[in-house]
Design a protein around this ligand. Structure first.
Ligand SMILES: [Zn+2]
Ligand SMILES: [Zn+2]
Length: 380
């Protein structure tokens, strides 16, 4: 099949001779890919990897596979064929795929694994597969992802989408599920207030996830004008922290009655946004870290939580339930498709995706949100 293969840092190549994945287990589903978004994680793998991908000449702990593999984990497609035990989807169904791999997925690859101990890690035992110590993804090391024409993965990861959801927009369900999970981590209820720190792709998805949760007020704090403009179009109030000497005080003053927000979402990951995420909360509020930080310490004063019983927590990826809730919120119009369209800033075929996708995102960060790769052509 045709697609992009990842070999390691700065080594991504288009090929027309990739071995097409085949059904192997009774619960396997083969999906013909329509669209797959390029994620910040894909860019990190390209620029500084392998991070999630296995190191060269090493095998994935989940699947026993090694590089090269196709990246791509934010995707939609049409079911091509199914294994003998599949009951939930059939050929022709339009689907999105929850892309995580954890302890339970090792069973599919058992014959290729050196370590055949199939026992679950502690996180998987308590049904937090998103926190699995072996966490990986289709398209980030487990198996070929959706920058190739076909993906084969287990039935339990497939979710049908409604007829009125176009396949390009459906490929946004994955990044929206990341944001949806973060909002759930704040135990967020309708009518509550939230501040989103950073208006990049994750921040913008968080605005839509908050709309899906029927937030009372959503404020997006972002220094770049072009991103603030987009955040406003999605329905957030915007705030430029560079306009104020004391941005935290000015943000808090937006909600004088509650003396701050119910929840905050750090989608930037710097000392300033971490401090802000806690200080802008009203009493009992929750700060959720959504950003990926470099592995270096920052300053933290524990009493900034204690005095007002605030909470600071982190959100890791997503679970299948988040995918279903995002699909339902789109179905109900709580996340509207017109807003989703604004997040897609480009579409390219796989053969053009290194220049027209990866390089475009690396060199023109501010004018792009999501670029979609269409491995089976733009008219599928
Ligand atoms: Zn992603
Ligand atoms: Zn596990």
């Amino acid at each position: 099949m045709k697609g992009l293969l990842y070999y390691g840092k700065e080594q991504l190549r288009y090929s027309e001779e990739i071995e097409e994945p085949q059904l192997k287990n009774p619960n396997d589903v083969k999906v013909k890919i329509a669209y797959c978004g390029i994620c910040g994680t894909d860019l990190h793998e390209y620029l500084d990897g392998p991070i999630f991908f296995p190191a060269p000449n090493c095998k994935s702990e989940i699947s026993g596979k090694e590089l090269p593999l196709c990246p791509g984990h934010e995707f939609s497609g049409v079911v091509d064929s199914v294994g003998s035990g599949v009951t939930r989807v059939k050929p022709g169904d339009r689907v999105v795929v929850e892309a995580t791999s954890h302890c339970s997925d090792r069973e599919r690859y058992k014959e290729d694994l050196v370590n055949k101990d199939m026992s679950f890690c502690a996180a998987c035992k308590v049904e937090k597969p998103n926190c699995c110590k072996r966490l990986s993804f289709v398209g980030l090391g487990t198996d070929h992802g959706a920058f190739g024409q076909y993906v084969v993965y287990g039935e339990d990861h497939m979710l049908k989408i409604p007829d009125n959801l176009p396949l390009d927009l459906a490929a946004l369900v994955e990044p929206l599920a990341v944001a949806w999970h973060a909002v759930n981590c704040a135990n967020f209820s309708p009518g509550q207030t939230a501040v989103v720190l950073g208006g990049g792709p994750i921040g913008l998805c968080t605005i839509l996830a908050l709309k899906g949760h029927q937030a009372g007020r959503i404020v997006c704090s972002e220094p770049a004008a072009i991103r603030r403009e987009l955040a406003e179009k999605l329905g957030a109030e915007t705030f430029n922290p560079m306009d104020y000497d004391d941005p935290i005080l000015n943000l808090k003053n937006m909600l004088p009655e509650t003396e701050g927000f119910t929840a905050s979402f750090d989608c930037s990951g710097i000392q300033k946004t971490f401090d802000t995420s806690i200080d802008v909360l009203g009493p009992g509020g929750t700060a959720v870290n959504v950003a990926i930080w470099p592995n270096v310490p920052i300053q933290f004063v524990p009493m900034c939580l204690t005095y007002q019983e605030k909470r600071s927590t982190g959100s890791m990826c997503y679970v299948t339930k988040d995918f279903q809730e995002v699909i339902d919120a789109i179905g109900k119009g709580l996340i509207d498709q017109e807003s989703m369209k604004l997040l897609i800033t480009g579409k390219v075929e796989a053969k053009d995706a290194i220049e027209g996708g990866f390089m475009q995102l690396i060199n023109h960060k501010e004018t792009n949100v999501k670029i979609m790769i269409a491995p089976n052509g733009l008219d599928m």
